[in-house]
Design a protein around this ligand. Sequence first.
Ligand SMILES: O=C(O)C(=O)CO
Length: 349
Amino acid sequence: MWCSRMALRRLQQVAVTPLNMAGGLTSKVQREMSTLPRVYITRQIPPEGLKILRESGQVQFELWDSDDVPVPRKELLQKVKGVDGLVCVLTEKIDTELLDAAGPNLKVLSTMSVGFDHLSLEELKKRGIRVGYTPDVLTNSVAELTVALLLTTSRRLIEATHEAKTGGWGTWRTLWLCGHELAGSTVGILGLGRIGVAIAERLAPFKVKKFIYADVAPRPELASVINAEYDFLSVCCALTPETKEICNKDLFSKMKNTSIFINTSRGGVVNQEDLYEALSTGQIAGAGLDVTVPEPLPTSHPLFTLKNCVILPHIASASYATRNNMSALAANNLLLGLRGEPMIKELKL
Ligand SMILES: O=C(O)C(=O)CO
């Protein structure tokens, strides 16, 4: 269960006790605690993960005391000095500068995310730092949200509620607020991983006629999906050098003017200027985005001016159960890594 804000704060105070109260303990306990691996957590992660770390007795940890504001880079560079383990979320860039600041003690990095485009994998590999991440536990939540976003976009729900609320609802009209339906359609899924399959499983009962899958590497395979005559395209691939801005004017120009584009992966896979052009000229019918560049997308961004573009603030995995599971998995990956054991989910570097 999710904790109230107050309860979370209490939990957090308990969690940091080993560091803060060492002075009040017997010298033996103090000695034992000072030998425990030191861990920094870059965010107030959900309670399940904190509980696992606190009850493990295996680490002493400190965390950034907020979920609303990311830890400032300067503070982060200070806090990681000499740590043995680091738990981060997707807003922290784990690059050469940060790894240099952490120093040679750092053995394990555990990110509470399935995406790892915020990590310099090459640097981590070079330094022999093991990396845990959180696939699988968010698949259901992301797939559900993708379906919700697809339907919201294709059936123009945001426009519709706005019209209802602001007096635009006149009489029942024959073509007013018409959208596009899934029944009988062809759906393209770009990124054939766990999430892509889960999205297709959820869309199938809507009587989709045909699915076209494409993985994104090597690039030539993408051509088959680009040329496909799909009505919906759902992007759920990882952001890598190969997939950066893979959704650009070439791709949009091959889509039908009735097509709907959905992205719940990373904003970086899309060229947003090209997407704006495609949406504003009617090249494609609509787009639903859970991810953008940058995040948050400035409220003055041109994409916000378009009625046919639905933008969510990166909430695909945001269910209480999933975020707690992600936090627990990140904690367990960290503890296993620090013990030198195989992690539950470890990135092969
Ligand atoms: O885990 C991730 O990579 C996310 O984007 C969270 O939704």
